[in-house]
Design a binder for this molecule. Sequence first.
Ligand code: MEV
Length: 328
Amino acid sequence: MVVSSAPGKVYLFGEHAVVYGEPAVPCAIERRARVTAEARDDGRIRVHAEDLSLNGFTVEYSDETDAPDVDASESLVEAGISYIDAAVEQAREAAGEPDAGFDITVESEIPLGAGLGSSAAVTAAGIDAGTRELGVELTAEEVAERAYQAELEVQDGEASRADTFCSATGGAVRVEGDDCRSIEAPDLPFVIGFDGGAGDTGKLVAGVRALREEYDFAADTVGNIGDIVRSGEEALAEGNVEELGKLMNFNHGLLEALGVSSRSLDQMVWAARDAGALGAKLTGAGGGGCIVALDPTDATETALGYTPGCEDAFRAELDTDGVRVEEA
Ligand code: MEV
């Protein structure tokens, strides 16, 4: 039996614009998905999900055509197992054991679909645990590549490398197209606010694409986000956290202009700023889900606790560890 874990992430800068070739800076956070893999001889896969921020469920199946018999809605089950399925395929392929069966348990501290990279963390941890259980050790870069391939498959060819690379390697990352690299970052005092919801990434990305095609100034807005990211990289290199906060505020304003914020996200952003956060913005696709603020004090977390529309607020420091084995 092997247990591996991988971190979720926030976007310090650059979501949506990254889809059009601008750079983005995701950062891993100390909120992890843990996947336990135990080989079984009969080639079947049993998945038990402890808390994908949904009610737990257990599914047993042998392949995609074998309809799982579970007491949960189909979409919930599909959301939970499609990434695990793709991770198992990658682990089988990496180990050259196409018929390997597994008992898989997923425990996640990362809310699903909320902009914190839950699927990438589950996928990276699943690939690491599955391959190790079959006696093969992959590097973090190899896990990142396989996790990206798994996400591409599940998301019908629409995935950026940002989430999976960040989850596999940890720390702060610069992504531009296929080029992903780790970058230096000072201590980043992240505070997360979660509205309990989730946006529809596909719809939100399509909305920005349509705006960009219709209006030149929307295309300029996307380009301006790229400029913010480039300035943000300088601030990161200088360790200038105040400047990072200002640039986050700017980035949120442009995302809002592109129509991907929401009332609850804006309320949380403003609550954080009013509490004295250095900066605050939505993270991920938007539409609902999470904001990220920078605040070394307790003020933002406390204020978010009293903010209508905020279901959960917590501190999540930058996690310099990527995918790692917890038990073998
Ligand atoms: C979603 O987490 C981030 C987006 O930029 C989409 C993507 O990069 O695939 C909105």
